[in-house]
Design a protein around this ligand. Sequence first.
Ligand code: BGC
Length: 456
Amino acid sequence: MLITHAYSILLSLLVLIALCLHLFGCDHCPHLPIQIHEGGTTLKMRRGVNIGNALEAPREGEWGVYIRDEYFSIVREAGFDTVRIPIRWSAHAEEKPPYKIDEEFFRRVDHVIDKALEQNLTVIINVHHYEEIMRDPRGHWERFLAIWRQISERYRDYPDALCFELLNEPHDALTSDLWNALLLDAVKAIRETNSTRKIVIGPVDWNNVYSLKKLIVPDDENIIVTFHLYTPFEFTHQGAEWVAPSPPVGRKWLGTEEERRQITSELDTAVQWAGEHGNIPLLLGEFGAYSKADMNSRVRWTRFVAREAEKRGIAWCYWEFCAGFGVYDPVENKWREDLLNALIPKEDTYYVFAETEHGNITGSGWYHKGTYATIKLEKTEFDSLIPIVFDHFEGLNPDKDIILDERTVKVYVDGPREIKAVWRRNYRMLATAASVAGALVIGVLILFYLKKLKRK
Ligand code: BGC
């Protein structure tokens, strides 16, 4: 009897535990990856790229990028599933009511969207560089809504794969109170014609993640929340001509604990905020490092941000395709493989970082597991009063790597490798110069002394 009783208690306990696991199991943890994959619909948004510096320039082409149709197949074949297309509608709409958008411009945007959709890409179009509304939100309120009404009307029958992003990087006079009111009006305006289209919204202060707390999200099931990440700004924007004062060039990103922590804390902030707001899908709509930074640092940073975002279920769009941050070289018509692999890793491929403080070193890049990277220093000595001479390579594995000569090594790629040229000062010349000078001084002193002795 007692045994049966104990048995049934045990059984009930087990059932209770199973029930709890089912109800509160990890699928229900707010901090778990947020996916934008929609059951039943075609929306795929995981890895994207911004087709920047084209349609958000005052006129397309003025900033060096004219969107070629083939860009979208190139992007698709490389493994991206999303493109974000920044558009400066405000430069193509009338200044006065009814704020009509220029038909020719609209046709150009239709064409670009169609070409992207043909490639099965998720397409985000936005309102970009609406500078006037940042200075005078009330003065541009109705114009902004009129622009969105026209866009919504035009694309109302487009597939779900087309998403609308309300406004890039609200800032300045567009304070959070005003922005929350304006975005609500804009969502309502869009919903008049597009009842379920995905709408992307982001916080003030240039879509700063720490300003998410100021964002009021409309009660709507089809909202995606975006933020941008360019931390540390002094690294990602070094030498950027459009920033005043422009951060000095030469800043590296080495992935130190502190550097990594800055980035993960931004991503964690976003995930935590989303968890507290019904697990809203998150999009890191822009991140990238300008081409004036060194490629090794750009690869490290880009790879780190992309992987950390993915770990947290955050979709991302790299800034940008083929201009100053470009992952694609539009002149050579080829990908910048170093950056592309950082974004979309190839299986069993690792990056070899070859670093030096002086002169040039070659051999950095992505390599297949099991192959060798040849790392070569161009010069091993730099002249000055105290010459700088190459001492040794740090990070070698004596069992596997092969030293070819004083300045060349073959590094075995069995994982990511970091090889650093270590230099030292050569004090020999200084020591010789010092002893010659010393001898001269002593000689002069002796002569002086002897002369003095003679006079006496
Ligand atoms: C701006 C671009 C700029 C980029 C990086 C974007 O939001 O629209 O003009 O190049 O951020 O600073």
